[in-house]
Unconditional design. Structure first.
Lengths: 321, 321
């Protein structure tokens, strides 16, 4: 499966050639024909790289926090990768990467690699691109890889759930919001970070968070809740301790090779399956658009097409027997 | 494709045999083998039934509003169908159907059919079930069909987007929330309903809504914003006028047969595609779980499996030539 060209690119990533790395990430983002071979060559289920997801409502100071975490891990001698994701609206398509400039403090540090990602390009959507970009940065020995997302929609949850450990970042004044967040969104946080803890309203926020835990089933473990201020640096040592302890205790959701592999394969199955089904419909009707015309003309229905798709493999299996 | 048994069920739905209808909805929900044939028989792209989605954060009085809309359309002599959806958390799985009891005022009215739906059963998830249930109720001559969802997550947005016209329901005190909602979520509302308009904070809410419109691209039409009180009934005439006018002006998102068909086919393609890809992986590796074992043993990677899936149709086409 491996072409020598793909192998060349994979080698550049492994040796952490920064330009080669940037090029490969673009290939992944744009669905370049070689991308899959490169990813295949780089994939290592046993990779040790820790991935940290940072999510939460806008205005939570996530970029400042990311900045602090970069500084912490650089201080430990680690190479740090950052993927800043803005899935933007599925309906309109803007991008608000404004205050991410902050992270540019580290832009001149060759051991820090920062990449912004939007929702364009990749067939699997921005979560597909992010999934693959993490593997590329891990193969280039970045550890940790921090994935920061804007917002709390389903896409953001999906992206955050790609990480081994996810921080849900909240700030005072978001208590009402916490109440309207579904239990599920609270549950994606392996660690709940109460940022800007020096501001008024911190007590109320902590109460809202505790109240929301009541929606979590009894047997599930409550995530640690850490107060800090990314701005002043207060409480950050407690946060990094919690991250490290979470990583080593194995409570990090996908800390194991098996969990991570299951997640990646599931996501690829969804993506390729959709591609496949579209091709099969096109095989039969010329294109998906022509299938729609046939339905409108009363010649078939979406449900009959669904049955044709379901029947496709059954027929194939019968022929084989 | 039609078995006579499926035909029997389809006939019962069309003649609005309530027990037959309930039975078919259960079959749809549980993925019964006959469900697709029944849905195929019932599908009519030109159906005239208006579907109204009602969505918004919890506490917005959506059930009371649904109740009022039922009363309004019953007064016009229409038969009204209601699908109350609680996708619940993808992570935990509770259901909070509490105040929906209210709608039971209409429970004894044979011309009102109310059905609750959770996230279990259907392979396409709750949005797949809802999609199919709408077609069933439409075939049974319910018009309108009201689809009410809890919450504002991606699933709720998906479900609401199945409707011809979607009401986004907000109440005073949710101004902050509106600000953190992404432009996309505001955009799914064909009509923005400011409910509990007799409460303090209504001005501030309306200002937040106006501010959020600034995120919508210029060329897009701003949805009407209607103040009302489902409790007292005030402003409801303006709301029903807006719904009717939206339905007839064709600004309702999927008011056309083409838009609706495109949506339904797209959703079936995603669902069946995933099923197909899982089967193909199982064909080759025994099961998806065994494929994961192979990856962990270093024999393959998720990306190679992805390429196998991509290559599947290409090989098939080559063999044919």
């Amino acid at each position: 499966m491996l072409s020598s060209k793909a192998d060349d690119f994979a080698r550049k990533v492994r040796s952490c050639d920064t330009r080669g790395l940037a090029r490969v990430l673009s290939m992944v983002e744009n669905g370049h024909p070689l991308a899959h071979s490169i990813l295949h060559s780089l994939y290592n289920p046993e990779r040790s790289c820790l991935t940290i997801g940072i999510t939460g409502p806008p205005g939570g100071g996530k970029s400042t926090l990311t900045d602090r975490l970069i500084t912490y891990w650089r201080g430990n001698g680690n190479k740090v990768g950052v993927i800043a994701v803005d899935p933007s609206s599925p309906f309109s398509g803007g991008a608000l990467l404004g205050d991410r400039i902050r992270m540019q403090d580290h832009a001149s540090d060759p051991e820090v690699f920062i990449r912004s990602m939007g929702s364009r390009g990749h067939l699997g959507g921005v979560s597909g691109t992010t999934r693959d970009a993490i593997e590329v940065l891990a193969a280039a020995s970045y550890d940790p890889v921090i994935v920061e997302t804007i917002g709390v929609g389903q896409t953001e949850v999906e992206i955050a759930s790609l990480a081994d450990i996810t921080l849900l970042v909240l700030v005072p004044g978001q208590g009402d919001e916490v109440q309207t967040m579904k239990a599920g969104i609270m549950e994606i946080g392996d660690i709940i970070v109460l940022n800007k803890a020096d501001r008024p309203g911190i007590e109320q926020l902590e109460m809202s968070v505790s109240a929301s835990f009541e929606l979590i089933p009894d047997q599930a473990e409550r995530p640690p809740v850490i107060r800090c201020s990314a701005q002043t640096g207060e409480g950050l040592d407690k946060l990094t301790d919690a991250i490290v302890s979470c990583a080593f205790s194995g409570t990090g959701r996908k800390a194991t090779a098996r969990k991570r592999t299951t997640l990646i394969l599931g996501s690829i199955i969804r993506e390729k399956g959709r591609e496949l089904a579209r091709k099969l419909v096109s095989d039969r009707y010329g294109s998906v658009e022509e299938a729609i015309e046939s339905i409108l003309e009363g010649k078939t229905t979406p449900y009959e097409i669904g049955e044709v798709l379901s029947g496709f493999l059954e027929n194939k299996q019968e022929n084989r027997e």
